[in-house]
Design a protein around this ligand. Structure first.
Ligand code: CAA
Length: 240
């Protein structure tokens, strides 16, 4: 069945691969982005996927943006809360601003993205909520007290929504990517990145498409009995 999907942070990195995979699966996709107009325009030109600009950390902007997407494309059946940022610093150097920015985008952003869509999913008795968490929400990470807290929190949101949505035909699941070859990981100092790769039994970074294929499956009508789960896709770096 043709479904409508919203992917936050969907024009770059893992999000862009997710948007494309859902489109390949027959979905009509809307991708949001926060600031990079040039990358978004290029993405739309290449894929035909519409992009929308708003800050997922703002409830008002999210609500208005989602209303616009639904007016353009129809009710949203699949929501992928993917938008995320890092502001890495050892805890003794982490500023309140670095803490708050990451909380606003990665944690409150999930609430702001799913909450306006949720009532419609309940009414229509179908929904797929997929949250992109992280290996570092499972295991913690040096210099990521803020990021790890949000990514662990995302798992709590998913497990709660899984219970609340089940009777209404809605599933909520999380994916915990390991280190994937995106700009976010490439921003880590090269020496640190090399030592990270040494900790991955597969011996390489993951590809965005390897996460996108997990999302495509969880978003499909076939995955209805998978609810509240966490898929770890990390090359064997960490087992839960
Ligand atoms: N474990 C233990 N010690 C570590 C360490 C680690 N993983 N990383 C750094 N250190 C140590 C260093 O060896 C250094 O020790 P010395 O002072 O004794 O030499 C110290 O910590 C670094 O202290 P600095 O004051 O120099 O640190 P800094 O303020 O310059 O910050 C940093 C550097 C931000 C920690 C930088 O090293 C960094 O970015 N590290 C990577 C953090 C990381 O893995 N982030 C993940 C990003 S990818 C992502 O988030 C996607 C995803 O979901 C997987």
């Amino acid at each position: 069945m043709a479904r409508t999907a919203l992917v936050t942070g969907g024009s770059r990195g893992i999000g862009a691969a997710i948007s494309k995979a859902l489109q390949d699966q027959g979905c009509t996709v809307a991708a949001t982005y926060a600031g990079n107009d040039e990358a978004a325009a290029k993405f739309t030109e290449e894929t035909g996927i519409k992009t929308y600009k708003w800050n997922v950390g703002s409830y008002e902007e999210s609500q208005a943006g989602i209303a616009k997407v639904e007016a353009d494309l129809g009710p949203i059946d699949i929501v992928v809360a993917n938008a995320g940022i890092t502001r890495d610093a050892p805890f003794h150097k982490m500023t309140p601003q670095q803490w708050q920015e990451v909380i606003d985008t990665n944690l409150t952003g999930v609430f702001n993205t799913v909450h306006p869509i949720w009532p419609g999913m309940r009414e229509r008795k179908f929904g797929r909520v997929i949250v992109i968490s992280s290996i570092n929400g499972q295991k913690g990470q040096f210099a990521q007290a803020n990021y790890a807290a949000t990514k662990a929190g995302d798992l709590g949101i998913v497990k709660s929504l899984a219970q609340e949505g089940a009777r209404a035909g809605i599933t909520a699941n999380a994916i915990c990517p390991g280190y994937i070859a995106t700009e976010m990981v490439m921003a880590v100092p090269e020496k640190v990145r090399e030592s990270i790769i040494n900790q991955i039994p597969t011996g390489r970074l993951g590809e965005p498409e390897e996460i996108a294929r997990c999302v495509a499956f969880l978003a499909s009508d076939d995955s209805g009995f998978i609810n509240g789960s966490t898929i770890s896709a990390n090359g064997g770096q960490f087992f839960v």
